[in-house]
Design a protein around this ligand. Structure first.
Ligand code: TXA
Ligand code: MG
Length: 316
């Protein structure tokens, strides 16, 4: 299959392909998504095949606004209304009991659905043009880094999908915050730019983060110990003055910078998240056999980056 490279303005072609049940990767503010018609079982199964994704891992459904989201949720608690109001469009996924209309493979055997209204203008326009809810996981083969550029999508999916819409580099750079509202409570299944503290502030009560020691069954494969990991081993530590042969070194500094065998990531959490996957991808491509990352800063706002880094450094 030849994968069409579409410019951001070519929404019409992308919508036409999606309406025909094909797979189209598109930019969101977090990472690129691999979109398919969420109402078509055949189209959604295509996502699992293209990604090599286990059929037990549910997909997020993207919709243009909260009214559309409400159509696919069997219940819409006051907390969903409040969070949607404050954070949509944006990098937040709400898990709710599913209503009908969504193809079964999206749910991976469960009775809940993850719903998100993306903020990226190309994603928003695409959702309106195709008039379909779009199931979209990150647009990468399973077990590789989430892509933050069209080029990174093609790295693992070229020839496996109908098209990629090029919307440039993603602004947030890491995946959305996934919040479980299905069980009556509210807990974070996957941290993202919107933190548990941000959610608590809006809801006026503490919000638990499953990423920190929740004991129940794994609800979200983003909770697997090793995930979001580069293809070469990565470790954390203090970084030596001299480069070690075969090693790619990542430090923290004022501004992002890439060299052949080293990179600097911004020392603020949002800047770091924005360039994290791009930098790990550069490291993979550098020919180095391992990555050493300076111990990242910590403190408020760092939980999502630390979560990704912790999972990336788990042994395979
Ligand atoms: O930012 C994002 O969320 C990106 C963009 C494309 O929207 N999407 C993304 O999708 O990261 P994916 O499939 O790579 O990660 C979705 C995460 C997985 O950990 C999945 O298990 C969880 O969300 N998830 C999806 N539906 C769920 C559900 N019904 N219940 C619990 N977790 C769910
Ligand atoms: Mg993913």
């Amino acid at each position: 299959m030849r994968t069409e490279r579409l410019a951001a303005g070519d929404i019409g072609r992308a919508a036409e392909l999606l309406r025909a049940g094909r797979l189209v990767a598109f930019p969101t503010e977090t990472v690129y998504g691999l979109g398919a018609d969420a109402t078509s079982e055949a189209a959604v199964l295509g996502i699992y095949t293209a990604k090599g994704r286990p059929s037990t891992n549910p997909l997020i459904v993207h919709v243009p606004d909260a009214d559309e989201a409400r159509r696919y949720a069997a219940t819409w608690p006051a907390e969903a209304e409040r969070l949607a109001d404050v954070f949509w469009p944006g990098p937040l996924t709400l898990v709710l009991p599913v209503a009908h209309g969504i193809a079964a493979p999206v749910l991976a055997g469960g009775d809940t659905v993850g719903l998100r209204v993306p903020a990226h203008p190309v994603a928003a326009e695409l959702l309106r043009a195709c008039r379909l809810p779009l199931a979209a996981p990150s647009a990468n083969r399973s077990n590789s880094l989430s892509p933050t550029s069209a080029e990174a999508v093609l790295d693992t999916l070229d020839g496996r999908i109908a098209a990629v819409l090029d919307g440039g580099h993603c602004e947030v750079g890491i995946e959305s915050t996934v919040v479980d509202l299905a069980g009556g409570g509210c807990r974070v299944l996957r941290p993202g730019r919107i933190s548990a503290a941000d959610l608590s502030e809006v809801l006026g009560r503490p919000v638990a983060s499953a990423a920190h020691g929740h004991a129940g069954p794994i609800r979200s494969p983003g909770q697997f110990p090793r995930h979001y990991a580069p293809a070469i081993p990565m470790s954390l530590g203090s970084v030596p003055e001299q480069l070690v042969p075969g090693q790619f070194v990542i430090r923290f500094g004022a501004q992002v910078q890439w060299e052949e065998r080293e990179a600097i990531l911004p020392s603020d959490p949002e800047g770091c998240a924005r360039y994290l996957y791009l930098t790990l991808r550069a490291a993979e491509k550098s020919g180095a056999s391992s990555i050493l990352m300076q111990n990242p800063p910590s403190g408020p706002g760092w939980e999502a980056v630390l979560d990704r880094v912790r999972r990336a450094t788990q042994p395979a």
